[in-house]
Design a protein around this ligand. Structure first.
Ligand code: PEP
Ligand code: MG
Length: 889
């Protein structure tokens, strides 16, 4: 026989906390609390399996359910000494839904079930309080009427208002037993009129009506949407909890409240909560009366704490707090009721908390010996660290929302609006905080992005230029805010009828994608203390290394500060955009002969060498992966007459010839065009210059420090073994030439990015000429899906909204497709070359769920933007102990 019903309380505890799949979170915890001796009103839980059975069998219950419910109800009756429907001593119950995970959208609670025209008199006599009894009855009709029978809420309110108006009173408290009687009659008439049936009087009918409504709510639209958004399978089902009522509204020795065993916003080890004297549960939520503090110490003038009003129950509650934390070993969110000075527990669950609280609670609890250090590491959602590493908006501060875009790079920033990179730089140089607003950014905007406090774009997705560069720099960024119209000519941006002009202030929140008009006050991040402690514990646990994607000394230093163990990707093209070099870069591209290019490259060599010297110094003793030039050449092309003229002069030719050359270089599909290793095939002298700069720099740092860096030279966008062979030969020949000239050598390695499907499928062959692979999952996602990185932002959000894709594949790795290719490449690569070093340097290297995947595939390291390094360290630690994925705070 299947057990469909599990009793709890009054000496019959059939459930446990670990039975949440069967009993739902609420039911499992009620059973657990009862079994550890806490005061829980007796009741029973109808399992989630009944819900599944109900939907699998054309909305019919198992045949023996009614018998099991009757038996469980009889146990409650015996325990309480009241009987369902008894006109002298009626048993009243509450009915609540409760799925495995707490799920907004499910049925609201129904209290006082069991009341009818007869039993209300019994309640009145038993309590000696007619007003309380009639108030309870009308509350029941109201809750049942709206929650179970679907009568609109306002229709009940109107009836109360009518009675109050009639009496000339404002407060509910001024209404008498007779008034509530009148309200009840009005409710019943109205419900009958609205539903075509009298309000159910038989408590059995009421109970089955409520049970049916709970199961019915599992398939309501709100619940279905919530499940889709949070990956909750429909076959989990919900449980139903039926529990003997206790009353917090029987007088001034009664009350009800909600509390957290620690402060959910700071994590401080203080009892945090509020209560209302003489009130029923929904009064606290409804916000009609102002809840009061629990502890006397927290009471402001005019407030009366629970400690003062209900001292016995308060003392009991303090003990419960201790017991629950020791038992559950986590911060609890609890609900309680005090009936005639006696405390009853109605719910406990792990409390939701902010990122800061999550960190503090985990570290404190490990120190208190409640949990182990390794458990503390598992308790904090890696992605939530992002919030802690940047200034964040003061949650209490008022704000005026203008629009919403994508949360492209976390942190918040305020500043005056500027529309060009040059102006951003000029105003920042004068000490002004600026927000750079662009329709989209391109590599030429980098200096302005660097100078800005934050970046806002109206186009582009999560891996658009703005997003990637901003994350790399640690600048807050909101991208793809399509609701905003930017007018460069008018120097203004507008959304929803609000306009902000150049020079006016704007605040962006890169963690939420929100854009606010004006300045919103911020709170600064804390990197020492608990944060440092948790990171230390994470480092002891993890096996994968964490490197950073960095090219500027500032980024490299930030990366070191955050604990990076080397550089996994130095995008050398970012070094080409510096204003001091851009003209030599342009000269190189526009030259139509090898000689012309070599002349320009000779100018660039010292710059590149200095760049690498700086990086090697900062990363002393750590690996530094330097990627040879990757982007399409057109990104460097001169724009406008003045720039064309400048390049023409440097090459000894005219503007017309330059225009002709620019047209020649233009590409229809640059992302799939002349970029990556293809540049080095056609212009080997570029690779030669870059390799020379790398080895000369390595020798300089080796000589000055006595400890030689180990450069890892990386070739991008390789599709065939031959391409890598050619690139490799140039790098090796250059290395030998430099070593011969300088009379000294350094160790180095040459590897490739794996970022094209063909490279994955032929990774065994490519591995023959590679010392390492680094997965470029940005391009690999782009080419696997055939989805442009720069354009996907326009439609990809809809794919996620409609559930076509669970997540943006540029943010979190698509395990089935892109992930399969990574797996194939890793297996083939290591199959051909034992112990081949494998890493990842796409944006996914900083995404916790993707990091868990990397650990599964057996990568040696992940590399991500400097500000994500701590996130990756924590995620790698969780992956090492198999926690995987992302835990939300
Ligand atoms: C990649 O494609 O994943 C990568 C790291 O290279 P980039 O983003 O520079 O193309
Ligand atoms: Mg790439």
């Amino acid at each position: 026989m299947t057990q469909w019903v599990y009793s709890f309380g009054a000496g019959r505890n059939e459930g446990r906390a670990d039975m949440r799949n069967l009993l739902g979170g609420k039911g499992a915890n009620l059973a657990e609390m009862a079994s550890i001796g806490l005061p829980v009103p007796p009741g029973f839980t109808i399992t989630t399996e009944v819900c599944t059975h109900y939907y699998d069998n054309d909305r019919k219950y198992p045949s023996d359910l009614a018998t099991q419910v009757a038996a469980a109800l009889a146990h409650v009756e015996a325990a309480v000494g009241n009987k369902f429907g008894d006109k002298h001593k009626p048993l009243l119950v509450s009915v609540r839904s409760g799925a495995r995970v707490s799920m907004p959208g499910m049925m609201d609670t129904v209290l006082n079930l069991g009341l009818n025209d007869l039993t209300v008199e019994g309640l009145s006599a038993a309590s000696g309080d007619a007003r309380f009894a009639w108030d309870s009855y009308r509350r029941f009709i109201q809750m049942y009427g709206s929650v179970v029978l679907g009568v609109e809420h306002h229709r009940f309110e109107e009836i109360i208002e009518h009675v109050k108006l009639d009496k000339g009173v404002v407060e509910d408290t001024a209404l008498t037993a007779q008034d509530w009687h009148r309200v009840t009659q009005g409710y019943k008439d109205m419900v009958e009129e609205a539903t075509g049936k009298p309000f159910p009087q038989d408590p059995e009918d009421q109970l089955w009506g409520a049970i049916g409504a709970v199961f019915g709510s599992w398939m309501n639209q709100r619940a279905i949407t919530y499940r889709r958004l949070h990956d909750v399978p429909a076959d989990w089902g919900t449980a139903v909890n039926v529990q003997a009522m206790v009353f917090g509204n029987m007088g001034d020795d009664c009350g009800t409240g909600v509390c957290f065993t620690r402060d959910p916003s700071t994590g401080a080890n203080v009892f945090y909560g509020e209560y209302l004297v003489n009130a029923q549960g929904e009064d606290v939520v409804a916000g009609i009366r102002t809840p009061q503090p629990l502890a006397k110490a927290n009471a402001k003038p005019g407030e009366k704490s629970m400690e003062e009003a209900l001292p016995g129950a308060y003392a009991e509650l303090l003990k419960v707090r201790e017991t629950l934390e020791r038992h559950y070993r986590d911060m609890q969110d609890i609900e309680f009721t005090v009936q005639r000075s006696k405390l009853f527990m109605l719910q406990t669950r792990n409390g939701k908390r902010t990122a800061a609280a999550s960190l503090k609670i985990a570290v404190d609890m490990a120190r208190e010996g409640l949990i182990t250090e390794q458990e503390a590491v598992q308790r904090v959602a890696p992605a939530s660290l992002d919030q802690l590493l940047h200034p964040t908006l003061d949650p209490k501060a008022p704000r005026k929302l203008m629009a919403k875009g994508l949360p492209a790079s976390p942190g918040a920033a305020s500043g005056v609006v500027v529309f060009t990179a040059d102006e951003a730089e000029a105003r920042a140089a004068k000490g002004e905080a600026v927000i750079l607003v662009r329709i989209e950014t391109s590599p030429e905007d980098i200096h302005g992005m660097h100078a800005a406090k934050g970046i806002l774009t109206t186009r582009g997705g999560m891996t658009s230029h703005a997003a990637v560069v901003a994350r790399g720099m640690g600048r807050p960024c909101v991208s793809g805010a399509g609701g905003i119209v930017v007018d460069y000519t008018a120097q203004a941006l507008a959304a929803g009828g609000q306009t902000v002009r150049a020079g006016e202030t704007l605040t962006i929140d890169g963690a939420t994608g929100e854009v606010f008009i004006g300045t919103v006050p911020m709170v600064e991040p804390q990197l020492s203390g608990d944060f440092a402690t948790l990171m230390e514990w994470a480092d002891k646990t993890r096996t994968m290394k964490v490197r950073a994607n960095a090219e500027t000394p500032l980024d490299a230093e930030t990366a070191r500060k955050f604990g990076a163990e080397g550089i996994g990707l130095c995008r050398t093209e970012h070094m080409f955009f510096d204003p001091a070099r851009i003209s030599a870069v342009r000269q190189m591209i526009m030259a139509d002969s090898e000689g012309g290019r070599r002349e320009a490259l000779a100018k660039l060599l010292p710059f590149q060498r200095d760049d690498f010297v700086a990086l090697f110094r900062i990363m002393a003793g750590l690996p530094v992966t330097i990627r040879l030039l990757d982007p399409p050449l057109h990104e460097f092309l001169p724009h406008g007459e003045a720039e064309l003229a400048e390049v023409a002069a440097s090459l000894g030719t005219d503007v017309a010839a330059m225009k002709h050359r620019a047209a020649e270089l233009a590409e229809a599909n640059p992302m799939l065009g002349h970029r990556g290793c293809r540049l080095g095939i056609t212009y080997p002298e570029i690779n030669e210059m870059q390799a020379r700069a790398i080895f000369e720099a390595a020798l300089i740092v080796a000589k000055e420090s006595g400890s030689a860096p180990v450069p890892e030279v990386m070739i991008p966008l390789v599709a065939t073994r031959k391409e890598l062979e050619i690139a490799r030969r140039i790098v090796e020949e250059t290395a030998e030439a430099v070593f011969a000239e300088k009379g000294a050598r350094v160790e180095y390695s040459i590897g490739t990015m794996i970022e094209l499907p063909r490279a994955c499928l032929t990774a065994d062959s490519i591995a023959g000429v590679a010392d390492f692979f680094s997965f470029g999952t940005n391009d690999l996602t782009q080419t696997t899906f055939g989805l442009s990185r720069d354009d996907a932002g326009k439609f990809l959000p809809q794919y996620v909204e409609q559930g076509i894709l669970a997540k943006d594949p540029f943010v979190s790795i698509d395990r089935d497709g892109v992930g399969s290719l990574v797996r194939i490449a890793a297996e083939k690569g290591r199959g051909a070359k034992n112990g081949l070093k494998l890493g990842i340097c796409g944006e996914h290297g900083g995404d916790p769920a993707s990091i868990a995947f990397c650990a599964e595939v057996g990568l040696d390291y992940v590399s991500c933007s400097p500000y994500r390094v701590p996130v990756a360290r924590l995620a790698a630690a969780q992956a090492a102990v198999g926690a995987g994925g992302d835990r939300t705070a």
